[in-house]
Design a binder for this molecule. Structure first.
Ligand SMILES: O=C(O)CCC(=O)C(=O)O
Length: 254
């Protein structure tokens, strides 16, 4: 398969985070880096997603195993540089999930307030969440809500809930709001992020987050690819739907 993107280039210079970015992440449990990829690269990824999905406009797991552009993205050396610095070790990609974020789509219903490690069950602090937004996103089209500082609370008790239902042919028939819900501890504030097309969002696995269903009436989509990592050598639960698996990614550069 030929890639229309030229993302995976070993010769890309290393990307060092600033001390402000590191401090912000440490304090808040998330970080947004605008302009990580270009609008053209976003469009190329979006086109590849539409070409692959056809009329199946819903969440898709592991596009990076099916679509070269998404494989290039999850293997982007500068994405790894950033993950490695924030987690202070070599981070290994293990899975991804794509959201079309089509306005008023019955097969996309946002997500409940949750932490992400309920799914991967990796050692505490090992699992790591990254996402690239392929559209501008804000409260008008269901952007990500985060609870700054919640990553310092450890793993909270959660209500186990189903995310998806599939028919016998593997087609998604039902989508519940994603995530196993946690109770929001007192004192935490919810912040709805806004970011531009091409932004990279990094999130500690214990950061409580959610997203509203996209009910935009102006036809604004909110396409986004989440890519998940785990610390090199750590165990995790593959998951019957997600089927997480390690990928070969090259050496740590920074
Ligand atoms: O729709 C979103 O951006 C949030 C998705 C989410 O909460 C998740 O994948 O854990």
């Amino acid at each position: 398969m030929n890639s229309r993107l030229k993302l995976f280039q070993n010769e890309l210079p290393t990307l060092a985070l600033t001390s402000e970015q590191l401090k912000f992440y440490d304090k808040n449990g998330f970080l947004v880096i605008e302009g990580f990829i270009s609008p053209e690269e976003c469009d190329s990824l979006a086109q590849a997603a539409f070409d692959y999905a056809g009329d199946k406009i819903h969440n898709h797991l592991n596009f990076h195993r099916e679509i070269q552009e998404f494989k290039d993205l999850i293997l982007h050396p500068q994405l790894h540089d950033i993950c490695d610095q924030l987690q202070n070790t070599r981070m290994i990609p293990i899975g991804s999930i794509f959201f079309f974020g089509k306005p008023n789509n019955p097969l996309e219903n946002g997500s409940l307030a949750h932490q992400d490690n309920y799914a991967a069950k990796a050692p505490i602090g090992s699992y790591f969440v990254t996402a690239v937004s392929l559209d501008d996103a804000d409260s008008e089209n269901g952007a990500l809500n985060v609870y700054p500082g919640s990553h310092k609370l450890g793993e909270l008790p959660y209500k186990d809930t189903k995310n998806f239902e599939f028919d016998e042919n593997g087609n998604m028939t039902k989508n519940y709001p994603i995530g196993s819900e946690v109770e929001i501890p007192e004192g935490l504030k919810c912040e709805t992020l806004s970011y531009k097309k091409g932004a990279l969002i990094l999130m500690h696995t214990n950061t409580i987050h959610s997203a509203d269903k996209n009910e935009n009436t102006q036809g604004r989509w909110r396409k986004k690819i989440y890519m998940h990592f785990v610390k090199d050598g750590d165990p995790f639960w593959p998951g019957w739907n997600a089927k997480r698996q390690i990928m070969d990614r090259g050496p740590r550069r920074i």
